[in-house]
Design a protein around this ligand. Sequence first.
Ligand code: PLP
Length: 386
Amino acid sequence: MIIPAADRLQHVSEYYFSKKLQEIQRMREAGCDVINMGIGSPDMAPSEETIEALCHSARQAEHHGYQPYKGIPALRKAIAQWYHQVYGVSLDPEKEVLPLMGSKEGITHISLAFLNSGDEVLLPELGYPAYRAVTQMVQASPRMYPLVEQQDWQPDLEAMRREDYSKVKLMWLNYPHMPTGGPPRREVFEQLLAFAHEKKILLCHDNPYSLVLPTGDPLSLLSIPHAKEVAIELNSLSKSHNMAGWRVGWVAGAASYLNEIFKIKSNVDSGMFKPIQEAAVQALQNPPVWHQQRNEVYRERREMVYQILDKLGCSYSTQQQGLFVWARLPSQVSSVEDWVDNLLQQYHVFVTPGFIFGEKGKNFIRLSLCNTKHILEKTLDRLNKF
Ligand SMILES: Cc1ncc(COP(=O)(O)O)c(C=O)c1O
């Protein structure tokens, strides 16, 4: 390459799954029937009404043009109503909701809006890899905060209090936690909000899993009094409404923060396809029973995933929330990377190695619940010889 890439790419590489999916694709083209238990991409359809709304809207000629940068008013209103119904949080649909094309892009918009190079960013160790990659992309400095396994993967607040966080501007938080399935805890949220107030840190909560196999009431960080002063929250229809490919998410919080994020977003994209927005309005009205039935399917699959993990000699907690099971490898395994590659090459089963979520994940794997019972049975059969 004659022209060098920008310095900001020094520590950034292609997303792990982007590379791995290409490898799986090549294996499939060569005739291997690879079972992908790695990715959390829901395989079930959105509600029938959602699909109907999409088709109906797409038939209107005038729905194919550019759309408002802030999303259509009906979508912002539906999101605000849903927040009230699910979490008891009041949001002003005009000012406190900003629709996004999935929540992942929000990580970049928020980082561009609030971080200067040299600012420090608190990231969960373990956590979603995009937090770190984007922090490095905007030339800020990642600073990990530990999660304690014995306390359901909650932040180690004691250890955090001893640190000098004077350069920290922003903190990422994600409960139900991915990849460990740790639950959201109100008292932890309260303590973190007090900490964020004291240290003047913007707390960014990423909340896409709250309706998937919840172990308690769904919780929003914004439901804690005064949260909006120092916190914003990302949310998404990807996992909660089986709409990962549609790219519908949003950021919620005080207008003052959202206005800054909007300065970035409105210069990056030109709005979301109207039929998708109208269908999202419909999806947000799915009755509770739709979510219960979907969770019932995941619950049954999870039992089978436990059997797969038993065959692999892994240990796991049965109290996890969300779309995955996080499991510890047998103690004799020295390299998770080799172990995962061996499973892929010999048994044609792909599982996610824990190290992609941080150093502490090196003895773990993550299995998704996004495969049918039939595929899970096939996986169990294949592993009979493991
Ligand atoms: C913790 C977490 N945050 C955000 C996302 C991004 O979700 P989306 O952009 O589909 O809303 C994911 C997706 O896997 C995730 O696991």
